[in-house]
Write a protein that binds this ligand. Structure first.
Ligand SMILES: [Zn+2]
Ligand SMILES: [Zn+2]
Length: 462
C-alpha cells in the first residue's frame, strides 16, 4: 500500500467519521426536540384513584382514545378542509352528515350522554345549570351548575355508568384528561387517573400526557383515555360559526389531531382513536326572549330558561300564559313533550318546558338587583337537533377495530357507548337504568360486526 493511498484512506475515514458524528448529533438533536416537551414540561396535576393493575384480560384488550372537540359542528371539517380529521374518517368511519346530539344540545348533558349511553333525562344532567325539586324536598343541595365545583364533583347528581367506571369495574384502567363528570365518583368508580378541569393547560401538553399514559408499563397503562379541547366552542360563541376566528380554531384543532395521531402511531399499540363533538353552533338572534314578559312567574324558581313551579296551579297558569305568546318558542307541560326529544321524564327539566323554535336566546327573567343586562352571545347551541341541523355534532374514528372507509348516516350520540364498550371487550352494565344506546346502530363499522362476545359477558351468561 503506497503512502498516498494510505493518506487518502485515512482522510476518507476521518471524513466519514466526521460525517457520522454530524449525523449522530443531528439525530440526537432531533430526538431531543421530539422528547423535549414530555421530559422538560412540568408534570400535570394528575389525581390518582386507588386501583389495582390491569387484569390479564384487560392487558390483552386494545386501546381507545376518545377526543372531544367541544362545539365542533358536523360540517366544519369538510367546510374548512380539516385534512387530519377527514383522513381519520377515510381511514375508518365518518358521519359526513353529522351525529345527533341529545336534547338539549348543551355541553354537560351531551358529554354525559356520550359517556353513559343515556339520554339526559336518564343520566340526570339535563342542562348545564338546573334545579332538582326532589333533592330540595329531601333537604339536599338542589342546584347543579357546571361552575359549582361542589356539585360537579358530587357523584349523587349523576346516574348511569360512565365508560371509565364500566372499565374500572371490569379490571381495566382508565384516564381522563378532562370530561364532564370525570371528577365525580359515579357508579362506585373513578378513573384511575384524572384532573381537575383547568382549560388553561396547554393543548400540546394534553396530547403529550395521553402519550405519556400510553408509555406506562402494561400493568398500569390505561386502555381507555379521554381528552378534551374547547377552542371551537369558545370561538363559535364569541364570534359565530362562520367567523375567521372560528375557522382558525378549526385548523388549530385539526393540527392537534394530526399531532396526536402521529404520536399514537409511534407507540406501536393497537389504538382506536375516536373524535367526537358534543353539539354544533348557530348564529344567535341578538335580542333576548324573556319569559316573564309573557307570563306571571310568581311562585316560580327559575334557572336560565328553566321554570320550576311551586304548585300544579302555578305550572298550569304559566303554561296557559305562554301557550300562544310568541312564535319564538313552544311550551309544553313536561309530561307532554314530544317523545322524539326524550326529555319528558325528569322533573329537573322543570315544568312547563319551553322549546325555542329558532336560534333565540331565551331566559326566564332579566337580570335582577341592578346586574347589567348584556346582549346574548354571538353564537350558541342547546336547540333541538331534529329541527336545527346546525346543532349536529362531529364523528370520526379509525383504528384496528374499525372497518376502513365506513360512513354512517346521522345517529344519536347515545349509541357510541355500546360501540366503544364492544371495542374494549367490556360487557355492558347490568344495573338500571337500561341503556338508551344500541350496538346495532354502529356495529357495521366494526371489523367483527359487533359479533365477538365480551369474555365477561359470556361468563355472566352462564
Ligand atoms: Zn359544548
Ligand atoms: Zn358552548
Amino acid at each position: 500500500m503506497s503512502h498516498s493511498v494510505a493518506t487518502q484512506e485515512r482522510t476518507s475515514v476521518r471524513i466519514s467519521t466526521r460525517f457520522l458524528l454530524a449525523v449522530a448529533s443531528l439525530l440526537f438533536l432531533a430526538a431531543l426536540s421530539l422528547t423535549a416537551q414530555p421530559t422538560t414540561a412540568p408534570a400535570l396535576p394528575i389525581l390518582h384513584s386507588d386501583h389495582g393493575p390491569n387484569s390479564v384480560a384487560a392487558q390483552r384488550a386494545p386501546y381507545v382514545v376518545l377526543v372531544s372537540l367541544d362545539g365542533f359542528r358536523w360540517d366544519y371539517a369538510a367546510r374548512d378542509h380539516a385534512e387530519n380529521l377527514l383522513r381519520l374518517g377515510r381511514d375508518g368511519v365518518w358521519a359526513p352528515d353529522g351525529m345527533l346530539p341529545s336534547y338539549p344540545s348543551l355541553t354537560f348533558p351531551n358529554h354525559l350522554s356520550l359517556i353513559t349511553g343515556l339520554y339526559p333525562e336518564h343520566h340526570g344532567i339535563v342542562a348545564n345549570s338546573f334545579l332538582d325539586p326532589a333533592r330540595a324536598a329531601a333537604g339536599k343541595p338542589d342546584a347543579y351548575s357546571i361552575r359549582d365545583q361542589q356539585a360537579v364533583t358530587d357523584g349523587s347528581w349523576y346516574s348511569g355508568v360512565p365508560l371509565w367506571s364500566l372499565a374500572e369495574s371490569q379490571g381495566m384502567r382508565t384516564a381522563c384528561l378532562f370530561w364532564p363528570g370525570s371528577e365525580a365518583k359515579i357508579a362506585s368508580e373513578r378513573p384511575s387517573e384524572y384532573l381537575r378541569f383547568d382549560d388553561h393547560i396547554d393543548e400540546s401538553l394534553r396530547v403529550d400526557q395521553v402519550v405519556r399514559w400510553l408509555r406506562e408499563p402494561p400493568a398500569t397503562r390505561p386502555h381507555f383515555i379521554t381528552v378534551y379541547f374547547s377552542d371551537a366552542d369558545h370561538a363559535g360563541h364569541a364570534y359565530g360559526p362562520d367567523a375567521p376566528q372560528t375557522r382558525a380554531a378549526i385548523h388549530h384543532l385539526d393540527q392537534l389531531i394530526g399531532q396526536l395521531r402521529h404520536a399514537l402511531a409511534a407507540t406501536g399499540l393497537p389504538i382506536d382513536l375516536v373524535v367526537v363533538s358534543d353539539h354544533g353552533m348557530v348564529q344567535t338572534d341578538d335580542k333576548w326572549v324573556t319569559l316573564s314578559d309573557y307570563a306571571d312567574l310568581t311562585g316560580f324558581q327559575t334557572d336560565g330558561p328553566l321554570l320550576y313551579g311551586n304548585t300544579e296551579a302555578d305550572r298550569q297558569r304559566v303554561y296557559d300564559q305562554l301557550k300562544h305568546a310568541s312564535d319564538k318558542f313552544q311550551v309544553y307541560r313536561l309530561r307532554n313533550l314530544p317523545a322524539a326529544l326524550h326529555f319528558n321524564q325528569n322533573p329537573r327539566a322543570g315544568d312547563p318546558v319551553v322549546i325555542p323554535t329558532g336560534p333565540y336566546a331565551i331566559r326566564a327573567r332579566a337580570p335582577q338587583g341592578g346586574k347589567p343586562d348584556r346582549p346574548p352571545v354571538v353564537g350558541s347551541h342547546g336547540y333541538n337537533p331534529l329541527t336545527m341541523p346546525q346543532m349536529k355534532a362531529s364523528f370520526f374514528a379509525a383504528g384496528p377495530e374499525i372497518r376502513p372507509g365506513s360512513r354512517v348516516a346521522p345517529f344519536e350520540n347515545v349509541n357510541l357507548y355500546p360501540w366503544i364498550a364492544h371495542m374494549l371487550g367490556l360487557s355492558l352494565p347490568l344495573a338500571a337504568p337500561p341503556l338508551d344506546g344500541k350496538l346495532n346502530i354502529l356495529s357495521g363499522t366494526l371489523r367483527d360486526n359487533g359479533e365477538t362476545a365480551a369474555p365477561r359477558a359470556q361468563e355472566q351468561a352462564h
